[in-house]
Design a protein. Structure first.
Length: 216
């Protein structure tokens, strides 16, 4: 049987592509990947990706002609192959799933004001009050989960919850966003682990620059 194929977009910009890629890597699941450059305009993404995914978005995981759309769904498929991608204890597992869902559907002001741009280094001066409030809320959630689990990751061992927050960690770095000592240490652990370093290294080698991500 052929390998699953993960369809992703530019590593430097695509937060959603990073999440399932990390889950598959941490799970030791063999897969192929296909890169699809993001179009210059947001309006072009649907037409560009419609042939890949029914949603017109990436990431998408293709397995034997079946396409799994959405980053969290792909992560859940990975966890069915490798259950250790979620915490072992049922309550911890439920909390980790809750954490992943909070990121999946929330923090819209933060994501809009601070798009992922791994290469870039700037300051937080353009962040809106709503984006700053989102960042502060995320900081507080991280601290509460880390204090409960004892770390080093949100729920002890690395899990899909950490994959879901990995792009946010790069945002804190890109925009030099103030955070607590606990959050700062977590961001460092998350961005310096080997699979994340592999992604960052590949992102830094990409030559494309999209204005919509460079002017925020």
């Amino acid at each position: 049987m052929s390998l699953p194929v993960l369809h992703i977009a530019d590593r430097n910009y695509s937060s959603w592509s990073l999440r399932p890629w990390l889950a598959l890597r941490h799970g030791g699941i063999a897969f192929a990947e296909t890169m699809h450059p993001l179009p210059e305009a947001v309006s072009g993404e649907g037409p560009a990706f419609r042939s890949i995914s029914p949603t017109g978005r990436v990431p998408a995981l293709e397995i034997g002609g079946v396409v799994i759309a959405d980053s969290l769904s792909i992560c859940e498929w990975a966890a069915e192959q490798r259950p250790a991608l979620w915490p072992e204890a049922s309550l911890d597992r439920a909390l980790a799933r809750s954490a992943a869902a909070i990121m999946h559907s929330g923090f819209s002001a933060f994501r809009s004001a601070a798009p992922v741009n791994i290469r870039r280094r700037t300051d937080a001066s353009r962040l809106t009050p709503a984006a700053r409030a989102d960042a502060a809320e995320m900081d507080g959630l991280w601290r509460s989960w880390l204090q409960r689990s004892g770390g080093p990751y949100l729920f002890g061992n690395w899990s899909i919850a950490d994959a879901m927050y990995a792009p946010a960690a790069t945002r804190f770095v890109t925009y030099a966003i103030d955070c607590s000592e606990d959050a700062s240490a977590y961001i460092m652990r998350l961005t310096e682990e080997p699979h994340m370093q592999e992604w960052i290294s590949l992102a830094l080698k990409e030559g494309r620059s999209l204005e919509r991500y460079e002017t925020a």
